[in-house]
Design a protein around this ligand. Structure first.
Ligand SMILES: Nc1ncnc2c1ncn2[C@@H]1O[C@H](COP(=O)(O)OP(=O)(O)OP(=O)(O)O)[C@@H](O)[C@H]1O
Length: 331
């Protein structure tokens, strides 16, 4: 459904400075996949999406969407995709239903068909009761659902969602996801989304592509990434007066144990199966006369994956942009 090879995008921000926002992305996305693109602020996620949706031209490389080249035939690409960008155009005085009908007509539907489609989408996204409300008067969650409806007016098989749930509270995020998941299963859509919410990528996406500094640095299922890049950990605390060194030895003997660290009475280590290791460890420590105060099996998160990949936490929201300038590249 999507194929890119060596895709790049440079932005000349001044006479002397160029931002290399995307630096050679190769991506293959099959029909029906739901792929989350993760990365810190400025990693190049939106720029990649904007190239794939033909909003901006790549600097070099190739990209096809539904088999159509984004540079050679952008109008045709646009007919096949839906795009829900970041942020809301504030202050719309149009009614929600009129906004949808107008969008339908922009996509070539006649008025009656556009009205029919409007009714279907208002219903699908639970907006029927708000049909005549002005867009400017909708809540954040309602507005975001309308944005998704606008992206679906022409029944695309491929939907791009750029941070669809940013700024929504947990209830509205869950609600929007419910709608997206249902629409997807009913219409067999391919969905590519960017998000800052790791839990969202973890639970909703079948595949997670991690982008940093304009490049893909990992591409797998969430579980695959966790297994190969982060792994389980055990964290134990030895009772006062207990022999931490002795327990560290027991921890070090667990299957797959590595990176064993001892900090006072606290021992932390990577292991291959934390849930299986903990009971074994509790018994072994007790038998060795070093009872444990606490023993935790810690399953990795996608943030652990990101930390392992880059040495930084994705949770550091609002961090500095990571697009690389010529000066930085030369440094
Ligand atoms: N039109 C533009 N002109 C100049 N620089 C740009 C432009 N668009 C993006 N950039 C720069 O390109 C880099 C990548 O930006 P991009 O918006 O693709 O990142 P992102 O991963 O989507 O970030 P975020 O999560 O903050 O939305 C950043 O350094 C950004 O400042």
């Amino acid at each position: 459904m999507i194929q890119t090879r060596g895709l790049t995008k440079d932005f000349a921000v001044s006479r002397t400075e160029t931002v290399h926002a995307v630096r050679g992305i190769d991506l293959d996305i099959a029909p029906g996949e739901l792929v989350a693109v993760l990365g810190p602020n400025g990693a190049g996620k939106s720029t990649t999406m904007r190239m794939l949706t033909t909003l901006i031209r790549p600097t070099s490389g190739t990209a096809t969407v539904g088999g159509i080249d984004v540079v050679a035939d952008p109008a045709n690409v646009r007919r096949h995709i839906g795009y829900v960008g970041q942020g809301n155009g504030a202050g719309h005085q149009q009614r929600a239903c009129d906004e949808l009908t107008t969008q339908g007509q922009v996509y070539g539907l006649d008025r009656a068909s556009a009205r029919r489609r409007t009714g279907e989408l208002l219903d699908a996204l639970d907006l029927t009761a708000l049909a005549t409300r002005k867009v400017a008067d909708l809540s954040g969650g309602q507005r975001r659902r309308l944005d998704v409806a606008l992206g679906l007016v022409h029944a695309p098989r491929l939907l791009f969602l750029d941070e669809p749930t940013t700024g929504l509270d947990p209830h509205n995020r869950a609600n929007l996801w419910e709608h997206i998941a249902r629409l997807r299963s009913e219409h067999d859509m391919t969905i590519v989304l960017t998000t800052h919410y790791l839990d969202e990528a973890d639970t909703m996406a079948e595949r997670v592509v991690v982008v940093d500094h304009g490049q893909v640095i990992a591409d797998d299922t969430a579980d695959g990434l966790k297994r190969t890049l982060a792994g389980d950990r055990v964290v134990v605390r030895v009772a006062p007066g207990g022999n931490a060194a002795r327990v560290a030895g027991l921890v070090g003997a667990l299957p797959g144990a590595r990176d064993v660290t001892v900090d006072g009475n606290r021992i932390d280590a990577r292991v291959s199966d934390a849930a299986g290791a903990v009971p074994e460890l509790v018994l072994a420590a007790s038998a060795a006369g070093a009872p444990l105060l606490e023993a935790l099996a810690v399953r990795p998160t996608l943030d652990d994956v990101f930390l392992a990949l880059t040495g930084r936490s994705l949770r550091d929201e609002g961090a500095h942009p990571t697009g690389t300038t010529d000066e930085e590249a030369a440094a």
